[in-house]
Design a protein around this ligand. Structure first.
Ligand code: NAD
Length: 286
């Protein structure tokens, strides 16, 4: 029988533990604070920022959103990031991506103070992962995927893992983290030929493409008891949220699969909160 890897229980559990840690910080007059800079009106970004704000509030952490107009000057943008980096009341901060075209040549993730890089996209984190060390802040979506595997006792060691998508925020860091855990990892992308020749041999398939129901049942091997982690968040032709995997037609031929919504997405947000609380705790230690 297929296991549906829903994450509500993990999230509730983590929220409860985080609330206790926030309470302890408050007893020492520290209130974790996150600040986000959002440039322009990207509708998906507004939704993501809204979810982060709601989760901060649920945990009684402070949240500040700085909205800048889409035509903000480089100078003003850089000044705002700088002041956020240097504000001691802020424990975690980031620029919500994407930024408008005129700012896209700026390596935005490298601008963030490494002490506050709760997204885990900065150079210090990547270098640690590259060297096989555990960084202080893990990047949130890969951290969520690893938590999902761990919680469900899905061992990566010695497994053949195929990751589809090589973005800097999901596929690349995740591929290194899983290699560090002893998995044999293949990273596929838009130029990969004969994608199914890879997925049909995998023990674990992780998709981060961004294309609704792109992975049909032809990509899966019913004889391998495959585990499917769907990172994609898309809308189908009816406007309904869905993943990269054709869930209804795939769920019966694999051993475990994440739903969308209710899978990796909520774990990404909770990972961000864990990083924020960890950062505030470090600040109390000076
Ligand atoms: P991206 O656009 O940066 O990367 C997409 C990747 O998919 C690229 O590496 C590209 O080469 C690959 N790709 C595109 N078409 C392909 C094809 N036909 N065959 C094989 N590979 C192909 O995207 P991203 O930022 O990594 O996001 C990917 C998806 O994951 C999106 O749906 C996004 O919304 C979602 N996402 C979800 C979470 C979460 O918390 N669940 C977090 C981040 C991103």
């Amino acid at each position: 029988m297929t296991t549906i890897l829903s994450t509500q229980n993990i999230v509730d559990n983590k929220l409860e533990k985080l609330a206790k840690r926030v309470q302890k910080l408050k007893e020492r007059t520290i209130r974790p604070k996150m600040k986000v800079v959002l440039v322009g009106e990207n509708s998906a970004s507004l939704v993501y920022v809204g979810i982060k704000e709601k989760t901060c509030k649920k945990l009684q952490c402070d949240f500040e959103l700085l909205r800048l107009p889409h035509d903000v000057t480089r100078k003003e943008f850089l000044n705002e990031v700088d002041s956020m980096n240097n504000d001691p009341s802020i424990h975690g901060c980031f620029v919500q991506l994407p930024v408008p075209e005129h700012l896209q040549d700026i390596d935005v993730t490298s601008l963030i103070n490494p002490e506050k890089d709760v997204d885990g996209f900065g150079g210090a984190t990547i270098v640690d992962i590259y060297k096989g060390k555990t960084p202080f802040f893990l990047p949130c979506t890969p951290m969520g995927v690893l938590e999902l595997l761990n919680h469900n006792q899905i061992e990566a060691l010695g497994k053949r893992v195929v990751i589809i998508g090589k973005s800097l925020i999901v596929g690349r860091p995740l591929s290194l983290l899983l290699q560090n855990m002893g998995a044999t990892v293949t990273v596929c992308h838009s130029k990969t030929q004969n994608l199914e020749s890879h997925t049909l041999q995998a023990d674990i398939i992780i998709s981060a493409v961004g294309s609704p129901k792109f992975l049909t049942k032809d990509y899966f091997n019913k004889d391998l008891n495959q585990v499917v982690i769907d990172v994609g968040i898309n809308r189908d032709h009816n406007g309904k949220l869905c993943g990269d995997v054709d869930f209804e037609n795939v769920k019966n031929i694999v051993s475990a699969i994440t739903p969308v919504p209710g899978g990796v997405g909520p774990l990404t947000v909770i990972s961000l909160m864990e990083n924020l609380v960890k950062s505030a705790e470090r600040a109390t230690k000076g």
